[in-house]
Design a protein around this ligand. Structure first.
Ligand code: NAG
Ligand code: NAG
Ligand code: NAG
Length: 379
């Protein structure tokens, strides 16, 4: 847990203290099982959490598994998507997903995506809510792009977000040590350390940027960096992205590049998005601007990325990138870790719904209230 998260834990009610405790217990046992792996020990925190929520077998026999109905209050950003079959996709049993509001009274939980209720496009479900029903707050934007939080203190029962200290935690992506890749995470894609001939790539450095704003730290950083190295810019402000038929085309394009600028639109705890994971998938070494190095190390081995804070100046960073291209031994150090991992990038939003459904079953019978949503999310 980061300092912010710890402060939050110290401040908040016993309800959330118990919550954190439960999570720790679940993960401790897992950690014991996998701590013999040194690679995991350095960066193990997140892997453990991710694995904990997604890939442990359900505690009950399937015969005893209680059915759960999960109501999806709005399709995120108003974009309709067919709801998944959680059994077929994720081997999660007896989980009914519906977007039909007439199921409200029977629903064990309701997933409420922040944007639509904050903007007033859609009202919250009616009160009083059915006795044991849980309202789940779901949000994948950073705090800077999450307006209207103040109205929701004490409204929700569980949080579902990219933050490691969410009640239901699902990041934009995470690494799974190869030896723990199981049937349940068959979506994880094995990464590979490059062969000798694959080590040097034809192009130096790429950046994909869709929302160009001079007020963003990342744009200020780019203006400086381009004085020292060539940056190929893609997106609205640069070259067109190769026809975007799924993230596959971006990844293919990045496959040409040695380095990729994974610069987040704003800097917040655990806010590490698909920008990073697309680079990892493509085998480009990510140069990151986002939360602190320490925070990134919850998600990746320390040598797997280059952090802008690692250097006293942007010029020194640029020099390092150029130097790496002439120093295969050092370059390899940033890539060899890949041989030990698979990458899992959860699909929006099917995996989020199925993960929530399972979490609701695990939390059945407990009363939980998210009292300080705004303060927590900004911490
Ligand atoms: C683009 O960035 C600006 C400035 O931070 C922000 O106000 C706007 O919401 C962003 N747009 C999108 C689509 O993210
Ligand atoms: C996606 O784009 C790639 C390269 O541009 C192309 O080879 C592939 O056929 C496209 N796939 C679909 C489904 O259109
Ligand atoms: C859910 O939150 C509401 C509002 O704070 C609270 O009244 C209710 O008891 C909570 N329910 C559960 C099952 O946690």
């Amino acid at each position: 847990m980061g300092a912010g998260a710890q402060r939050k834990a110290a401040r908040s009610s016993t309800v959330s203290a118990h919550r954190a405790d439960r999570r720790r217990k679940c993960c401790d046992s897992l950690l014991k099982r996998i701590s013999f792996s040194a690679a995991v020990a350095t960066a193990g925190f997140l892997f453990v959490l991710g694995v904990c929520f997604l890939h442990l077998p359900d505690p009950l026999d399937s015969a005893e598994t209680r059915a759960v109905t999960l109501l999806i209050w709005t399709h995120p950003f108003g974009r309709y998507r067919r709801l998944p079959d959680c059994l077929a996709l994720h081997q999660i049993e007896k989980c009914t997903l519906t977007d039909d509001w007439s199921a409200y009274l029977e629903a064990d939980a309701v997933i409420i995506h922040h944007r639509e209720v904050a903007s007033g496009t859609v009202f919250l479900p009616p009160e009083p809510r059915p006795g044991a029903q849980k309202w789940i707050w779901m949000n994948y934007e950073s705090p800077a792009h999450t307006p209207g939080l103040g109205r929701f203190d004490g409204v929700f029962n569980l949080t579902l977000s990219y933050r490691t200290d969410s009640d239901i935690f699902l990041p934009y992506g995470y690494l799974v040590p190869i030896r723990h890749t199981t049937r349940r995470n068959r979506f994880a894609q094995p990464l590979h350390a490059p062969s000798r001939s694959q080590l040097l790539r034809p192009r130096l450095l790429a950046w994909v940027i869709s929302n160009w704003s001079e007020s963003h730290a990342r744009v200020a950083f780019y203006h400086q960096l381009r004085q020292y190295v060539k940056v190929d810019v893609f997106g609205r402000a640069g070259h067109p992205i190769p026809e975007d038929n799924g993230s596959g085309s971006v990844v293919r394009m990045l496959g040409q590049y040695q380095f990729y600028l994974a610069l987040e639109n704003s800097q917040h705890t655990d806010y590490i998005t698909e920008k990073l994971w697309n680079a990892v998938r493509a085998g480009s070494i990510p140069v990151v601007l986002g939360p602190s190095r320490q925070n990134y190390e919850r998600f990746m081995p320390p040598e797997a990325f280059i952090h802008v804070d690692d250097f006293p100046t942007v010029r020194a960073l640029a020099r390092y990138l150029l130097r790496l291209r002439r120093d295969p031994v050092r370059l390899r150090r940033h890539l060899d870790w890949r041989g030990g991992y698979s990458l899992h990038q959860p699909a929006f939003w099917t995996e989020h719904y199925c993960t929530a459904c399972r979490a609701v079953r695990r939390n059945q019978g407990r009363t939980e209230v998210v009292r300080d949503l705004k303060q927590w999310f900004h911490s």
